[in-house]
Write a protein that binds this ligand. Sequence first.
Ligand code: SF4
Ligand code: SF4
Length: 473
Amino acid sequence: MAFVPASDLGILDSPEEVLSTMTKDGKRRWLYPVESAGRYLTRRKIVGWALIVFFVVLPIVRVGGKPALFLDVARREFTFVGTTFYPTDTFLLMLMLLTAFVGILLFTALFGRVWCGWGCPQTVYLEFVFRPIERLVEGTEHARKKRDDAPHTGEWYARRALKYAAYIVVAALLAHTFVAYFASWDRLIRWMTGDPRDHWGYFVLMAVTTGLIVFDFAIFREQMCTIACPYARLQSVLVDPDSLIVAYDPDRGEPRGRGKSRDGKGDCIDCFACVRTCPTGIDIRDGLQMECVACTQCVDACDSIMDRVGKPKGLIRYASEHELEHVPTKRVRARTILYSIVFVGLLSAFTFKLATRNAYDVNVGRNVGAGMSAPFITMPDGQIANQLRLRVRNQLGKPVTFTVEAETPQGASVIVIGPSPVPLKPGEMKRVNILVRAPRATFINGTADATFVLRFSDGQSVEEAFPLLGPSR
Ligand code: SF4
Ligand code: SF4
């Protein structure tokens, strides 16, 4: 096999480097990671493309008349597979986010950074979309590095322009899909096909989002994982010696060395294949490092080297630190038990709250100032009138109507100011003014406890209590 020196691919100039993506004088070190075919790369490609399809399809597929995932920030409504959360569902959303957060803690304690290497959009789109385009247009990593280091020619500029043109097209598609999660495709298509003067904000939004995507995947790249991502920073507290990591087995590999004679040497032939393939530019043989995104490229690279030299695969493999120290790995341990209990508790609370969530959210308030300067008035027939405001939200996926009546105090009546029954579209929140009249005799010390019943056309009813104000006796 033809070895390309690691330094030829922009990595490991000096063992004293602090950051794999920075030169000694603080400049950016461009990486040229070689793709290594193998069992993990094949599986990661399948998972990666399934996730890409999922990402594209989710805002297109409709469940209950709405996109499967729709984060309508403008209306503060979030829809997940047919269930819409409204601003009044803050507690439910908080439970959902807490459940997801503890789930990440549990997952990381058990499986390390599997998410980073297999599921994170940064890895998936960089490795399976943008780098393949780069290889197609600019050739292999070695050829690209040689061309980049030499004085730039017309060919260099032409290839670079073609690559960026392809990046912009792909980034624009991704930007539209991403924005569709927040605006929906229906609205996006209206913006796209409407008069540009009415939707200039759309063009600005798309230009900025596309620009950020191109910047991230063409320029910033692995630095998102090594410098910017907070999840990487959390690793030191989330991972312990029993967590699954991608690791080099020094007992088997050391002392490393090249040459045909293997006397006294370990299995590592010091070929640098694992370093040349690493997308974050590190040497896995230096031990667990924050920059490692557990992408398994070094596993595939080393496995193919082991095949060639007739040694068993797995010099670099999924293992725990304890396993490498020949200490049995404990999958069940205090932190995984604690995380599991909290996770199941939160998930149960979320499921219970969701299952018992009311179909209608009703709120009663006083409507002082809307035609009445005083909190109550005495009508010519001696009855006391209060003007109130109902805020009613239909949390179902179907249209309904409702009427309002007063159950207490005795003799009270309700006049809806506006059409009655009141129509409510799916998800709609409506404010309705009502005039409540009650006999003067029902007021004690200036108040009378009223109970309102809202009867909905689907047969459900909601009761709300509210104190009426009146004269003190
Ligand atoms: S690929 Fe394997 S054999 Fe080659 S340097 Fe890395 S660990 Fe050693
Ligand atoms: S060390 Fe291996 S698993 Fe970690 S980022 Fe580099 S290639 Fe991927």
